[in-house]
Design a protein around this ligand. Sequence first.
Ligand code: HAM
Length: 426
Amino acid sequence: MRFKRVKGTRDILPGEALARRELEQMVYEKFSRAGFLPILTPTFEAYELYQRSTGQASDIVIKEMYRFADMGGRDLALRPEATPSVMRAVLENHLKIPIRLWYAMTMFRQDKPQKGRYREHTQIGAEIVGEAEPEADIELVKLGYDLFTDMGIKGMYLELNTIGCRKCRPGYTEKLVEFLKEHQEELCSDCKVRMKRNPLRVFDCKVKSCQAVLKNAPSQREYLCEDCKLHFDQVKRGLEGFSIPYQENDRLVRGLDYYSRTVVEFKSRLLGAQDTLCGGGRYDYLAEELGGPPTPATGFAFGVERALLVSKGEEVFDFTQSPIPLLLLPLGDEARGYSLRLLFKLRDAGISVQAEFRPGGLSRKLKHADARNAERVLIVGEDEIAKARFILRDMKTGEQSKVTIEEVQSIPELKIHPPLLTSGED
Ligand code: HAM
């Protein structure tokens, strides 16, 4: 029986896997300079962690979580996003605050699969825990903006909003609910539930008739307290200081419940329906929601699949054409054992080398070498071993010369880095 991938999952073949390693390396360098440390959290956690933080009224919790009971009857969920996990880890491990953390981890959401939306995807995220100042929000946006610019993300634009704080949100929510009640008949059944559980979530609704109603809904902007107004102004001024273009969107609330004040989304016109490349914002109350002390925080995360779609498109590294810098061609039984040992000796000296152990004489092995895209071959016969001199053949020109192992080790073209991973050159 032949098996197929589960719906909504992807095989990441070597070409894309290499592009991801390259991206992670770039992120690692940039984030490290900004003081971010890497963190990894478990792939599954208590269901309640996400229910409490991502939010009972969020689509993720209502419709998209992979929820399951283990054999001990524990109520668990595959990680749909990492912010709650990171905050839990900070609190549980008593990490000293302020702290800056970044991650590259897989997330699981049982949404309808389409281009740019998968049931398993990878996010790279950055979280600043313990900094309340607008500079932290500005720094993050600038970090993301520079990263996406360096990646060559096409058609990018940034949307920005503030959704207030504990002081001013209740007053606004009251007005919003009043408005929604007046238009109850025109709302979809989901929005009627959202109105009761978390009214702000109605702005996530994709139903056209709801969107038409919401166009006239009151704006949070009119109900902001002085502190929130000042914070938002400072964030905007900071972005302008860096000449980062942004669009204010007072309907941007993000699909998760823990946000307060600043919310941001980087989008790309090239992504079609799934146009959000990166989302984030402030979440000053999440730590308390999870039983910790008051701890302001802000962060963002972007989808690696989407980022690669709009930077590299289909043109990832063609791994099927990947050349072999040096291929050993052992001839005879003694040569096989010798070549096996030689492989490791050469690799220890920094040479990228493989061997062709399939049976056959020289002409057959040369054909294999050609098919495998070998650039050079080293012919290892019994005679060569005895004399410690080997035939090195350039597969393109057909030129041959007799060389010692020491001479092979000193050929600079053979000391190459793995494909694409060129940024850490020595
Ligand atoms: P999010 O907007 O739900 O935010 O996800 C972040 C990014 O992950 C999205 O902008 C998108 O690029 C990608 N993404 C989400 N779902 C999928 C999917 N089904 N398939 C492919 N890519 C997807 C969060 O998860 C927050 N934790 C972000 C954050 C960090 N806020 C503060 N800190």
